[in-house]
Design a protein around this ligand. Structure first.
Ligand SMILES: NC(=O)c1ccc[n+]([C@@H]2O[C@H](COP(=O)([O-])OP(=O)(O)OC[C@H]3O[C@@H](n4cnc5c(N)ncnc54)[C@H](OP(=O)(O)O)[C@@H]3O)[C@@H](O)[C@H]2O)c1
Length: 269
C-alpha cells in the first residue's frame, strides 16, 4: 500500500468518473500526456482507446461496475454528475473506494454549493461531505459555471423574440479547459483538502452574455423583459452568493474569447 500523502504512481491507473463528459474530455488527455494510465467509468460500453485509456462499464446510481472501476486505483478524479442524485452517486463511489484502498479522492463541486438553496446544489454539498468524511485523502475544487454550459443556455435564450432578464442574476463563467488543467495538477499531487475556487475572469449579467453571443453571430439585439427570480434561491442569486469575488483562482479565458473560439470551430450557432 502506498503512503496516502504520495501522489499516484504513473503505472497505477487514475480512475476518472465523468471522463466522457465536457470536463473529462479536457482532463483525460492531460493525464495521459503526463504519462499516467487512465481508466474511465462510463454507463455505455466503450472500446479501449489508442492512447491506452481503458474503460469500465458501470453506473454510480445502481452501483454496477463500481468495484471493478476502483480496483487497484490510487487516485479517483470524480467528475461524473447529472441533474439529480449526485449525492447518492458519490456515496456509492466513496464506499467502493474505501473498500478498495483508494488513497486520494479529487472532487469537482460548484461555487455556491453551500450558499444557493437549490436542490441540485444541495446534492453537490452532500457529495463534498461524503468525500471529506470518507477517511480517504481528499481534494475538493469548486468551479464556477463553465462557458460551455453557459453557451448552451445562452443559445436557447438568443432565439427568443424577447429576452427575459432575471434581475440581479450574475455569472462568472470559466472555460472547462482551464478547470481541467487545475484538476489534472491536483490529481497528480498529494491530497490538498479544500482548495481555492476557480472562476472565470469576469462577472456578467445574463443579458450581457446573450448580447455578446448575438453580436458575435451578427444578429440584432432583442428587447429585454425584466423578470424576478422567486424565493430564497432568487434572493441568493440577487445577493451574489453564487459568485466567488475574493480568494479564487481566476482563469484567463473571457466569455468573448470563448465565443470567438466557438465561432471559429463552427459551434455555438
Ligand atoms: N457544467 C458546469 O458549468 C459545471 C460547473 C461546476 C462544476 N461542474 C461539475 O463538473 C462535473 C462535470 O461536468 P460536465 O459539464 O463535464 O458534465 P457532462 O458533460 O454533463 O458529463 C457528465 C458525465 O457524468 C457521467 N455520468 C453521469 N451519470 C453517471 C452515472 N450514474 N454513473 C457514471 N457516470 C455518470 C457521464 O458519463 P457517461 O454518459 O459516459 O456514462 C459523463 O461523463 C459535474 O460533477 C458537474 O456538476 C459543472
Amino acid at each position: 500500500m502506498t503512503n496516502p500523502s504520495t501522489p499516484s504512481n504513473p503505472s497505477t491507473p487514475i480512475l476518472v468518473t465523468g471522463g466522457t463528459g465536457t470536463l473529462g474530455g479536457h482532463v483525460v488527455p492531460l493525464l495521459t500526456a503526463a504519462g499516467h494510465r487512465v481508466r474511465i467509468l462510463s454507463r455505455r460500453p466503450r472500446a479501449a482507446a489508442d492512447d491506452g485509456t481503458e474503460y469500465v462499464t458501470g453506473d454510480l446510481l445502481t452501483g454496477a461496475g463500481v468495484a471493478d472501476a476502483v480496483a487497484g486505483v490510487h487516485t479517483v478524479l470524480h467528475l461524473a454528475g447529472g441533474p439529480k442524485r449526485d449525492d447518492e452517486a458519490t456515496r456509492t463511489l466513496v464506499r467502493a473506494a474505501a473498500r478498495a484502498g483508494v488513497r486520494h479522492l479529487v472532487y469537482v463541486s460548484v461555487v455556491g454549493a453551500d450558499t444557493v438553496p437549490l436542490a441540485w446544489l444541495r446534492t453537490k454539498l452532500e457529495s463534498e461531505r461524503a468525500i471529506t468524511e470518507s477517511g480517504i485523502g481528499w481534494t475538493v475544487l469548486r468551479a464556477a459555471q463553465f462557458h460551455e454550459l453557459t453557451l448552451t443556455m445562452v443559445e436557447k435564450m438568443a432565439r427568443l423574440p424577447v429576452l427575459p432578464v432575471p434581475g440581479g442574476l450574475r455569472l462568472q463563467p470559466v472555460a472547462a479547459r482551464e478547470v481541467a488543467a487545475r484538476l489534472a495538477d491536483l490529481a497528480l499531487a498529494a491530497p490538498s483538502g479544500r482548495v481555492p475556487d476557480i472562476t472565470g475572469p469576469e462577472v456578467h449579467g445574463l443579458a450581457a452574455l446573450v448580447e455578446a453571443h448575438r453580436d458575435v453571430h451578427g444578429r440584432r439585439r432583442r428587447p429585454k423583459l425584466p423578470v424576478r427570480m422567486p424565493g430564497r434561491a432568487g434572493r441568493a442569486y440577487r445577493s451574489g452568493t453564487n459568485l466567488t469575488v475574493s480568494g479564487a483562482l481566476v482563469a484567463k479565458t473571457t466569455w468573448a474569447e470563448f465565443l470567438a473560439e466557438s465561432v471559429a470551430r463552427g459551434a455555438g450557432r
